[in-house]
Ligand binder design. Structure first.
Ligand code: MG
Length: 256
């Protein structure tokens, strides 16, 4: 179901989004070669709890029999890992790594969802371009996130932009409405036909999230039941914000 948020609900939702953004400000400063992805996770969880909020991904059910709920605050996906990587004390971040982080914070009954990809230390040209294009794809897409357009216009622009740079979007996962639930309607694929899908209306809050692979458009799921990797081992990047649809330009709630 699509939920249109009232002014009051939007005000309540801002706080979870703001905390998510704050966490990324800290993580960007703290991330370095030699630390484990679990250390990053601990930093994020501490900030969230200090703000009286809850890490919403922790304990999130897998929906698959035999696969335990997600055990951590952050999804941390390194290099060829695309999304849903599980933080671990055994995963040590190396110089030049492409580290995609996804975080949903919950406060006041609402969720704030965002993802960032950081390159640790000196970036290769290839990695930098992939990360830049992935981020830009979000901003290309949200040019259509306003009344008068449809969800397919956002999807189409993201896919077109990514492919015009020789990359591929992940087709098996998509952006989504967000609010009291982490995942609400509509689904927002990162590819599609312009002019199709649901009409965009003020009061919608949407998590728009290009997931981009430098190589072929095929993914695999690891045996842990969560981690998604590129089949060909190519690098992947992820960029996401929660936005509010207004009468005019969208407002990005998870940027400070
Ligand atoms: Mg997310």
């Amino acid at each position: 179901m699509v939920t249109i948020k009232s002014k009051k609900e939007v005000e309540q939702m801002r706080e979870a989004c703001r905390i998510t953004a704050l966490v990324y400000e800290v993580l960007e400063k703290e991330i370095h070669a030699g630390m484990s992805t679990l250390e990053l996770d601990k930093i994020a969880e501490q900030i969230i709890r200090e703000h009286g909020a809850v890490p919403a991904q922790k304990g999130y059910p897998s929906g698959i029999k035999g696969v335990p709920p997600f055990p951590a605050t952050l999804c941390v996906s390194v290099n060829d890992e695309v999304i849903h990587g599980i933080p671990s004390k055994r995963t040590i971040i190396q110089e030049g790594d492409v580290v995609s982080i996804d975080l949903v914070t919950f406060k006041n009954g609402f969720h704030g969802d965002a993802a960032r990809t950081f390159i640790v230390g000196k970036a290769s040209k290839e990695a930098q371009k992939l990360v830049d294009i992935t981020k830009q794809a979000f901003f290309e897409g949200i040019q259509f996130a306003k009344p008068g357009f449809r969800i397919g216009d956002i999807s189409h622009r993201i896919g077109e932009f990514v492919e015009s740079h020789g990359y591929n979007v992940v087709r098996e996962f998509q952006g989504h409405g967000i609010g009291r639930q982490m995942h609400e309607d509509p689904g927002i694929p990162n590819y599609g036909k312009a002019g199709r899908g649901m009409r965009i209306e003020p009061g919608m809050t949407l998590a728009i999230e290009p997931m981009v692979m430098a190589g072929k458009p095929n993914i695999l799921e690891l045996d842990d039941g969560w981690t998604i990797v590129t089949e060909d081992g190519s690098l992947a990047a992820h960029y996401e914000n929660t936005i509010l649809i207004t009468e005019n330009e969208p407002e990005v709630l998870t940027l400070l």
